[in-house]
Design a binder for this molecule. Structure first.
Ligand SMILES: [Zn+2]
Length: 366
């Protein structure tokens, strides 16, 4: 499992939220997502629900249409379906992202390609216990397999949001192993009838806790920022606050800054609470450590200027505008119909994510 207990708890909590999404049964997801992505405005703040109902034929039909039209949608479908194009770049249909697509500029396009043999080889040497190594390989896969196209030119993979990281990883995985030889499935006894229920880890099964509708009026889709006036909430704070969406790049640069700081001085104090706010307060953090130091210092001064009321208000703000991937998988028991949940996990470790199953008999037991 991914956690970020690196450097004896020196890493901020926000990292931890990134790669652990919630997963639910894929069929229901298919019914919801296309609709949501087509009309993001009307779905602002709407939560993805577990129980979408099995009767919604219209949505199913719509999904099928979209899928037939844009064959990309097949990625994210059940592993095991045949897919002809397997090499080269393939545009990611934003419909697959559901309402999370709103948190990227509309004119951005994402393309993925299958993981290379080399990347897969690196992946198989991953040390599941070592979070930094997991992080590195995750990023390595994104670096070589994800490209972002914008009207201003291509952007590096680090411009995606932390909450989408595992989603892209799984999508690339599904594209790489499109024949489905490596579906990650595990079984648990049904809470109701004790028969085995199957949980499947695929991109379309990921679930997210989205911001509520009532707070969405503060999100500026064009600017991709949160703009909040504390006075609207009866605080005497003089000026409105602008918050920016966290990105993998920003988090990586903050992490590099922290590691550097701790290397220089093992007893350096890093304010964990401030670290939670930083990726939202800063539009960017430089890769250059000297510049990063200056930037972070500046935000820290701002952060420290908040009085108690302002701090607890901002704490609420961050909690409410964050997108939280859930750690749960949900699936329905095929025998009694009871819904079962399970913690998302990688039964054979994270390294098994990109391991190709052997086509030969194993030599010996070691
Ligand atoms: Zn059951």
């Amino acid at each position: 499992m991914i956690n970020d207990e690196v450097l004896e708890g020196q890493l901020p909590e926000f990292k931890e939220e990134a790669p652990v999404p919630e997963v639910k049964e894929e069929v229901k997801e298919q019914e919801q997502k296309p609709e949501q992505a087509q009309e993001p405005e009307s779905l602002v703040g709407k939560k993805l629900r577990y129980k979408s109902g099995d009767s919604d034929k219209e949505l199913k039909e719509k999904y099928k249409e979209v899928r037939d039209e844009k064959h990309l949608s097949k990625i994210g479908d059940t592993l095991g379906q045949n897919f002809e194009i397997r090499e080269g770049w393939l545009e990611v249909d934003k419909l697959l992202m559901g309402e999370r697509a709103m948190y990227y500029p509309q004119d951005w396009r994402f393309r993925i390609r299958p993981a290379t043999v080399e990347a897969i080889r690196n992946w198989s040497t991953i040390d599941d216990e070592n979070v930094l190594s997991v992080d590195e390989v995750f990023n390595e896969i994104l670096k070589s397999c994800l490209s972002i196209l914008t009207p201003m030119g291509p952007l590096p993979w680090g411009n995606i949001h932390p909450w989408d990281r595992l989603w892209f990883i799984l999508l690339i995985r599904e594209y790489t192993f499109v024949e489905g030889e490596t579906a990650i499935i595990y079984k648990e006894p049904c809470v109701e009838c004790d028969n085995d229920v199957e949980f499947k880890l695929i991109s379309s099964a990921l679930m997210y806790d989205m911001p509520d509708k009532e707070v969405m009026k503060h999100f500026n889709v064009e600017e991709q920022t949160w703009y909040i006036n504390p006075q609207e909430y009866d605080l005497s704070w003089p000026e409105p606050i602008t918050l920016y969406l966290p990105t993998l790049e920003k988090e990586a640069n903050i992490k590099a800054w922290m590691i550097n700081k701790l290397q220089q001085n093992r007893n350096a104090k890093i304010d964990q609470v401030f670290m939670r706010f930083l990726p939202w307060m800063a539009p960017k953090i430089a890769k250059d450590l000297t510049i990063a130091q200056r930037q972070i210092r500046e935000y820290e001064i701002k952060f420290k200027s908040w009085d108690e009321d302002m701090f607890s208000f901002m704490d609420d703000v961050i909690k409410n505008i964050n997108i939280l991937p859930s750690t749960k998988l949900i699936t329905k028991c095929p025998v009694c119909g009871e819904e079962n949940t399970s913690e998302i996990r990688f039964p054979d470790g994270i390294s098994s994510l990109f391991n190709v199953s052997r086509k030969y008999k194993k030599f010996g037991k070691k």
